[in-house]
Write a protein that binds this ligand. Structure first.
Ligand SMILES: [Mg+2]
Length: 371
């Protein structure tokens, strides 16, 4: 089997605003083969920039678009193709958008291999440690504590047993920060797990102070209190905090994750399969975290493609049981794939169909396609 075409597809809602909701637009990647099998993947990045990284023509040997790196190649040879993409983009890549874009191609390769062998991707990854995960509803804080409490009651009423609030007003003031987290806990009641995503809003000393102030609200973790470059700050915070510290969604480099664990001391490594270069690199990070006795969880704020790929990823790890489940109501998040990946009794199940187990709704693709 040979790869015949790499097709990046930019999808965007008619109105996109500044709130921290990555499900308002996305980049889907289709990889076509001469056997008629088409794999799909997704990229979480600045979609048009990532699209250019895939489509760019050859400039010279180590400066080429990702599509050129894989065209005519055998899709089963995934590690070799990752290497071709990494080396073919090495001086403009290695980090950031080139790695993000690689994720879309790489995930589509796993989908192809799964469809060709009639196996779900998690088995190809050597997994099956768990088939169900506790889905935590991932949502933004309200503008006011009263709205945060209302959202918490709403999510609890949907049967979620864990809810994470993020970004928005966090960082406005000490009183406001505490009021929002108190409101979230009040709305959820004492039995539903609560996570807080600070959204990079504090300096190191404030983050240490908040971690102590939030202790009474029994958080499962405190996420991204600090800038991803503040590794020494993470080290101080992790040593002082009575709450688990989670981070990683801004990072796409395998070695940088190790630094965040070994120097920064984080307790929960958050890996986005559509940012770190795909499933094979995600699995490396996941096992690095296992060997360091940390939790590993998915980061996911995109569509059903990301959800399906993330489920296969976490099923291939022994050190996770939570699953980030974006509950935004936009059409790309809710309708892009025919499968809805429902949460039943608070849990989400790993797909058992061949490949990713995610099929595009082509009407939604046509409706929101840009260019
Ligand atoms: Mg986050």
């Amino acid at each position: 089997m040979k790869i015949t075409r790499v097709e990046p597809i930019h999808l965007r809602l008619p109105v996109v605003n500044e709130r921290c909701d990555g499900s308002q637009e996305t980049l889907v990647v289709k990889v076509h083969t001469d056997a008629g099998i088409v794999g799909i993947g997704e990229v979480d990045s600045s979609s048009l920039v990532a699209k250019a990284v895939i489509e760019a023509p050859l400039s010279h040997k180590i400066c080429r678009g990702l599509a050129e790196c894989v065209l005519g190649q055998e899709p089963f040879e995934i590690d070799r193709l990752i290497h071709r993409m990494y080396e073919g983009s090495i001086f403009f890549g290695r980090q950031g958008v080139a790695i993000h874009a690689m994720s879309g191609v790489e995930i589509a390769l796993w989908d192809i291999v799964g469809k060709a062998t009639k196996q779900p991707v998690y088995k190809l990854l050597g997994g099956g440690f768990r088939k169900k995960f506790r889905a935590y509803a991932s949502i933004l804080f309200g503008d006011t504590p009263a709205e945060t409490e209302r959202i918490a009651r709403e999510q609890a009423g949907k049967g979620f047993r864990a809810v994470k609030f993020g970004w928005g007003p966090m960082g406005e003031s000490e009183a406001s920060d505490i009021a929002h987290v108190r409101a979230a806990r009040t709305g959820l009641g004492k039995d539903i797990e609560l996570m807080v995503d600070a959204g990079l809003c504090w300096d190191t000393a404030t983050a240490i102070r908040r971690s102590r102030q939030f202790e009474e609200f029994n958080l499962t973790w405190l996420e991204e209190p600090l800038h991803p470059d503040n590794v020494q700050g993470y080290a101080r915070l992790s040593a002082a905090s009575p709450i688990r510290i989670a981070a990683g969604e801004q990072i796409c480099d395998v070695a940088e994750f190790r630094t965040l664990m070994d120097v920064g001391g984080i307790d929960v490594a958050q890996v986005d399969v559509t940012r770190v270069g795909g499933l094979a690199r995600s699995k490396r990070i996941g096992w690095d975290s296992y060997e360091r006795h940390r939790l590993c969880v998915n980061h996911s704020y995109k569509t059903g493609i990301n959800i399906a790929a993330s489920l296969h990823f976490v099923a291939a790890l022994p050190n996770t049981h939570y699953f980030e489940y974006c509950v935004e109501q936009g059409a790309l998040r809710q309708d892009l794939t025919r499968q809805r990946f429902p949460v039943v009794d608070g849990d989400i199940a790993v797909p058992e169909e061949p490949g990713l187990g995610a099929d595009l709704n082509e009407e939604i693709v046509a409706k929101y396609r840009v260019g």
